[in-house]
Write a new protein. Structure first.
Length: 265
């Protein structure tokens, strides 16, 4: 039962089982430690020092933590280059990548994931800006002016810290996110009416769902779409969508009011 008095009465019997589904993912060494710590005999219960220093579960966890901290991570120069590209990225591509990273296999994001975990000092799924700035400042290829520009650009997009999905969007490798399966999954999410094309209205929803620190009116969205609408039908088909994702970052996106520069592709 879930009532406190029922739980207390059962605990006093010293008998426990771990047959419910909640325990299926718990390791045998962890359940064994629980049994030892719930022993009715104080003399037979392990001390706190013993648990920390000798229990099989604690030793396994310590080894796993040590392994996580010794895994390869991206260099400061790689992080700076990726984030610099991300802050200059075309909003349509940025929105697409932000969706792709939610469906991508763990094996394709291992390096940026491990790098994120090494910088996520609080373990809450976000990198604080002072931590990010410190990491970027260690880059030998990016002067302090570049670091300032990257951080101020992120702040302009509304980032007081860098969330995991944004980090992955910036750092996932092109050979990973251009895999047809991932592109198709993202395309299907944006193609809300399953017409096989992303309409202007769907493009507006696609961008509006992700805050980039700026709003796009209908005229600007029309210009954004036109940059990738190769056949001129006013919509984005799957081939055009994939081509947009793979376009060289050297191509600039000009969207007015007044030919305002909205970033690299």
């Amino acid at each position: 039962g879930d009532e406190p008095d029922v739980i207390a009465r059962k605990a006093k019997t010293g008998k426990m089982n771990f047959k419910s589904k909640e325990w299926e993912s718990i390791s045998p060494s962890a359940t064994e430690l629980i049994l030892q710590m719930c022993n009715l005999s104080a003399a037979d219960r392990p001390s706190a020092n013993s648990v920390l220093a000798e229990s099989a579960w604690m030793l396994q966890e310590r080894d796993a933590l040590r392994a996580r901290h010794t895994r390869p991570t991206e260099t400061s120069s790689e992080i700076a280059a990726n984030l610099q590209h991300y802050t200059e990225m075309h909003p349509v591509k940025k929105a697409a990548l932000n969706t792709i990273v939610h469906v991508i296999d763990d094996s394709d994001i291992r390096l940026p994931r491990d790098t994120f975990e090494s910088l996520d000092a609080h373990g809450d799924g976000a990198i604080r800006m002072p931590v990010l700035r410190r990491a970027l400042s260690e880059s030998q290829d990016h002067p302090v002016e570049d670091v300032d520009t990257i951080c101020s650009s992120l702040a302009a997009e509304g980032h007081s810290q860098l969330e995991y999905s944004d980090w992955l969007s910036a750092n996932v490798k092109k050979q990973a996110y251009l895999k047809p399966g991932y592109c198709w999954e993202a395309f299907r999410i944006f193609d809300k009416d399953s017409s096989g094309k992303i309409s202007l209205d769907e493009l507006r929803q696609m961008i509006a769902a992700r805050s980039f620190g700026q709003a796009f009116d209908e005229a600007q969205c029309t210009q954004l779409l036109a940059q990738f609408d190769k056949n001129g039908d006013g919509e984005l088909d799957f081939e055009e969508f994939v081509e947009m994702l793979g376009t060289s970052p050297k191509a600039r996106a000009q969207v007015s009011s007044g030919d305002q520069d909205f970033g690299a592709v």
